[in-house]
Write a protein that binds this ligand. Structure first.
Ligand code: FES
Length: 70
C-alpha cells in the first residue's frame, strides 16, 4: 500500500526501515523522506511506524521468553 505519494514510499519500505534499525518516525523520515514534502502522509506514516515498532518489541519479548524456557 502506498503511504507517501510524494516520495513513492509504501508500507513495506517503512517496515523494512524499522527492521534495519530505524527506531522512531524521525528516523524513518530521515532515512526514507516520508512526510518531507506536503506532509499529508505524516499522521498515517507515524501510526504505521509506532505499530510496527510495537509488533517488533512484542515479537522480541516473545522470543526472549521462549529462549528462557528452553
Ligand atoms: S504524501 Fe508524503 S510528503 Fe506528500
Amino acid at each position: 500500500m502506498v503511504v507517501c505519494i510524494c516520495n513513492r514510499i509504501n508500507d513495506r519500505d517503512i517496515r523494512n526501515a524499522i527492521h534495519e534499525g530505524a527506531s522512531s518516525f524521525s528516523d524513518v523520515r530521515e532515512t526514507l523522506g516520508v512526510g518531507s514534502c506536503c506532509g499529508q502522509c505524516a499522521p498515517f506514516a507515524k501510526e504505521l511506524v509506532d505499530d510496527t515498532i510495537s509488533q517488533l518489541q512484542i515479537s522480541q519479548n516473545y522470543n526472549l521468553a521462549y529462549e528462557a524456557k528452553v
